[in-house]
Design a protein around this ligand. Structure first.
Ligand SMILES: [Zn+2]
Length: 261
């Protein structure tokens, strides 16, 4: 249980100013575990059977191509996760969210899906949003046209093979915002919007669960899109306190698709 007092929140806000600079340096996304992993031999996709088709990308005409937040006049927020890392921690975070009636948006790295193909359906079956976070989680904005296109389309192919859909959102790897080239390539691959965020939890810096909770709760408000990461114990430990406080404030944690609908 993480107790967040008003004093703590003020402290977190002061700390957040410094942390924001650190986040900018880290480009807002976890640098860890970003190496390319070839698919294990014999890894088979789980059968999709006759399950409900996965949601597909939607164009929200009133919304910018790059989304940093949803409507500020409705008490809803989206908790979005870099999808990589220890599958047990990933499952734990999804389970905590579900126990609180919350839904997440997971932007999956393609190489992670190659290693853990069952997680794609696990995410969808929990009622969460699933999207594309490039194939290898390298600095996609710094790549050539051909390389960047491959990073986007290879992850989209994994998602389609595993779920029947390329997923609802694209988020660039190693960057909070997509370059104009990457935004254009994502649109060509079928994603009308790039999903950024306006609250960075900095959970990937492993600052401890109380610090993660204070950072998020100090900045979150109507319409916020929060950047979190699967695969970090601090995030799992912080989520109950975050969700309990959101509930107290009357803020619902919904999928990004619901946030914008
Ligand atoms: Zn990431």
């Amino acid at each position: 249980m993480v107790r967040v007092t008003t004093t703590d929140r003020r402290t977190a806000l002061r700390a957040g100013a410094g942390l924001a600079a650190a986040g900018a340096l880290a480009a807002g996304c976890a640098p860890h575990g970003a190496g390319a992993h070839p698919p294990p031999a014999g890894t088979a996709a789980p059968p999709t059977g006759d399950r409900t088709p996965a949601p597909t990308p939607r164009l929200f005409p009133q919304v910018a191509a790059q989304i940093t937040h949803g409507p500020r006049d409705r008490p809803r927020v989206a908790l979005t996760c870099h999808g990589q890392g220890d599958p047990a921690l990933a499952d734990a975070l999804l389970t905590v969210a579900e126990a609180h009636g919350a839904r997440l948006t997971v932007l999956a790295v393609g190489s992670w899906l190659d290693e853990h193909p069952g997680l794609a359906r696990r995410i969808l079956d929990g009622g969460h949003d699933l999207g594309n976070h490039t194939q290898r989680h390298l600095d996609v904005n710094a790549m050539s046209e051909t390389e960047a296109e491959r990073e986007i389309t290879e992850c989209a192919q994994r998602l389609r093979r595993l779920t029947g859909s390329i997923g609802t959102w694209f988020r660039p790897s190693r960057a909070a915002r997509a370059s104009p080239r990457v935004e254009r390539l994502a649109r060509a691959a079928g994603y009308p919007h790039v999903l950024s965020y306006d609250v960075d939890s900095l959970d990937f810096t492993a600052p401890g669960a109380p610090a993660v909770a204070r950072k998020v709760l100090g900045e979150i408000r109507n319409g916020s899109v929060v950047s979190l990461h699967l695969g970090y114990a601090d995030t799992v430990a912080a989520l109950p306190a975050v969700l309990e406080e959101l509930h107290r404030r009357g803020l619902r944690a919904v999928t990004t698709t619901e946030l914008l609908s």
